[in-house]
Design a protein around this ligand. Sequence first.
Ligand code: PMT
Length: 218
Amino acid sequence: AHSQVLKGKRFIVTAGGTQEPIDPVRFISNRSSGKMGYALAKAARLLGAEVTLITTKPKLAPKGLKVVPVATTEQLQAAIEARYQQADAVVMAAAPADFRIATPAQQKIKKVAGEDELKLTLVKNPDILATLGKKKQGQFLAGFAAETQDLEVNAQKKLQHKHLDLIIANQVGQPEGGFDSDQNAGKMIFKDGTVQPIALMSKEQMAMVIMTAISERL
Ligand code: PMT
C-alpha cells in the first residue's frame, strides 16, 4: 500500500496529443500517446489524491479515474479552466498543438484535377499553461518540456515564462523514452532552482517519483 500523502488534494492531470481538425475526417496531431499522463494520474490516485484526467485518448485511460475527453487545444483549455479554481495542482503531460487550422472545412476536402498543392493556413493556439500561470491562486503548476535540443536551457525558459512550480525536462526524438515509449527519463527543475535527475525507468515509476516530489511541496 502507498502512503496517502496526497489525501484530500485535487489534481488535474492531462494526457495525449491534441487533434486539430482539417475537415470532418482529418486532423493534425503529434506523437503523444497519453501514457505519461495516464501514469501520472494513476500515481496521484494511489497516493490518495482526487484526480481528474483530461485526455485526448479516453479509451485507453486507466480505470477508476474521473475522465474528461477532449480533442483540441481549445477544448483542453476550457476543460481545465472549468476546474482550475478548485484544483490544488495541475500536471500537464498532454502535448497540445501550438497551432490549429484557421478554418476547418465543413465537408471532406476533395482532390481537384490539375491542382498538385493544397495550402493549409494555421493560426496560433492559446498557451494553456502560460494562461494558468497568470491566474494562479496557490495551485501547484507542473509542466513538461519536450525538447530535441538544449534541454535544460529551454526547460528553464518555459518554467519562468509560464510561472510554473516544476518543469520536467524531457528529451524527445531519440529511440528510448519520450513519445509513445513505455519508458521515460528526464530532469525535474523546481522554481527554487533545485534540479533532480530521473534516470530511464518505466513511466509508472517516473510518475511516482514526480508525484512524490510534488507531495513534498504542496
Ligand atoms: O504521451 P506519451 O506518448 O506518453 O509521451 C509523453 C510526452 C513526451 C508527450 C510527455 O512526457 C511530454 O513531454 N509532454 C509535454 C509535451 C509538450 O507539449 O511539450 P512542450 O515543450 O511543447 O510544452 C511545454 C508545456 O506547456 C507542456 O507541459 C505542455 O503541456 C504545455 N503547453 C504546450 C502548448 C500549449 N499550447 N499549451 C500548453 O499548456
